[in-house]
Design a protein around this ligand. Sequence first.
Ligand SMILES: Cc1cc2nc3c(=O)[nH]c(=O)nc-3n(C[C@H](O)[C@H](O)[C@H](O)COP(=O)(O)OP(=O)(O)OC[C@H]3O[C@@H](n4cnc5c(N)ncnc54)[C@H](O)[C@@H]3O)c2cc1C
Length: 301
Amino acid sequence: MPVTPEQQAEIDALRATPRPTLRAVSDGMEAHLYNINPVLDHGFVRVIDYMGDDAAICQAARVSYGKGTKSVQNDEGLIRYLMRHWHSTPFEMCELKLHVKLPVFVARQWIRHRTANVNEYSARYSILDREFYIPSADQLAAQSSVNNQGRGEALTGAEAERVLDILKSDAARCYDHYQDMISDDGQQGLARELARMNLPANIYTQWYWKVDLHNLLHFLRLRADAHAQYEIRVYADEICKLVADWVPFAYKAFEDYRMGGETLSAAALDCVRRMLKGEEVSQETSGMSAREWRELQEVLG
Ligand SMILES: Cc1cc2nc3c(=O)[nH]c(=O)nc-3n(C[C@H](O)[C@H](O)[C@H](O)COP(=O)(O)OP(=O)(O)OC[C@H]3O[C@@H](n4cnc5c(N)ncnc54)[C@H](O)[C@@H]3O)c2cc1C
C-alpha cells in the first residue's frame, strides 16, 4: 500500500470539494486529480495540478482571444501539424504538476531532465520511511550479454533467492543502523543529514515535479522507450496514460510522430529511396557503418 489510510483520507477530502472555474478544464484529467496511481512496490504517481488542454495548445498557436480553432477536428489537425513540424512552443503552454514517490536510484535518472521544477522531501529535516524497492522475481535479471546497459534473463533458483535475501537484509540492516544513529535515546543522536548517507539507493524518496507538456513529452520519449531501465519506464508508462486522458489529441500525435515514428539520416533515406526503386542495397553499398545498417534493418522490420 503506497499511502496510509490518513493520507488516503486527505486525498478523498480534496476530491470531495469541487469548485467551478472559468479556466480550461480537461475532463479526462479531472478524473485523475489527486488520485494515487501505484508504481513498483511502494511508489506512485499522482496529479496535483495541471494547466491547459488540447484546445489551449491551439489557442496559443493562434494567439487567439477566444478558442484556437472553430472545431474539434481543426484542433486535432492543427496539433498534428505542430507536432509534425516541431513547432513546440504551443505545447509549452500546458503544464503538469505531479507528486511522485520513487526509489532514489530512479530519482537519479529522472533528475537528469533539467527542464522541470522539483521540490524533494527533505531527509535533512525529516526521517525517511522504512520502504525499499525490492524487484519482483521477473525483474531480478542477470546482466545482459549483448547490451552493457541492460538486463537479460531472470535469475533462477538458489541464486535468485540469495540475491533477494541480500537486497532485503542489507536494506533492513542499513535502516536499523540509520534509526540507531539518529536516536536521541540515551545519546546525542547523529544529525539526520549525516545519518542518511548510510541508506541504500533503493530507499524511496518523494518529490513534486512540474513540467510543461513539450518537455514532458521529451521525457516520455526517452523514458517510456524500450531502451529505458524498467524501473523508470514503469513510471513513464503510468504518466503516458495520464497524458493520454489529459490532452488526447496531443498524445495521439506524440504516439504517431515520436514514439511510433523514426528519424532517418540522409544516408538511410537515400538507401530507402534506392530500395523503393528496386535496387538491391547492402551494407557495403549503403555508405553506412555496420551498426547504422543494422539499426536501419531494425527500423524497416
Ligand atoms: C537510455 C538512456 C541512457 C542514458 N545513459 C546515460 C549515461 O550512461 N550517463 C549519463 O550521464 N546520462 C545518461 N543518460 C541521460 C541523458 O544523457 C540525458 O541527460 C537525459 O536523458 C536528459 O535528457 P535531456 O538533457 O534531453 O533532458 P532535459 O534536461 O529535460 O533537457 C531537454 C532539452 O533541453 C535542452 N537543454 C536543457 N538543458 C540544456 C543545456 N544546459 N544546454 C543545452 N541544451 C539544454 C536540450 O535540447 C535538451 O534535450 C541516459 C538517458 C537515457 C534515456
